[in-house]
Design a protein around this ligand. Structure first.
Ligand SMILES: [Zn+2]
Length: 79
């Protein structure tokens, strides 16, 4: 009996269940796909909790750039 196989995964951004029928699979939406791309573009894939708001992601990126040590500096925390 022909039964259409539909894979499903959870959106890596907001954990919404997404089926492979979704055009944005494995993301639930174009927005989450954009957020994921932004994470890779920033060079740090460090988000461990779900983030639903792109503005929050921007805040995190801003915070990271502020914490970056000075180029000539004392990188004592580097391990
Ligand atoms: Zn999502």
């Amino acid at each position: 009996m022909p039964r259409k196989k539909t894979r499903s995964l959870r959106c890596p951004i907001c954990r919404t269940l997404v089926t492979s029928a979704n055009q944005d699979f494995p993301f639930c939406s174009d927005r989450c796909r954009t957020i994921d791309l932004g994470k890779w573009a920033s060079g740090k894939y460090v988000i461990s909790t779900a983030i639903n708001d792109p503005e929050e992601l921007e805040n995190i990126a801003e915070e990271q750039s502020r914490r970056r040590p000075a180029p000539d500096g004392h990188s004592s925390e580097e391990q």
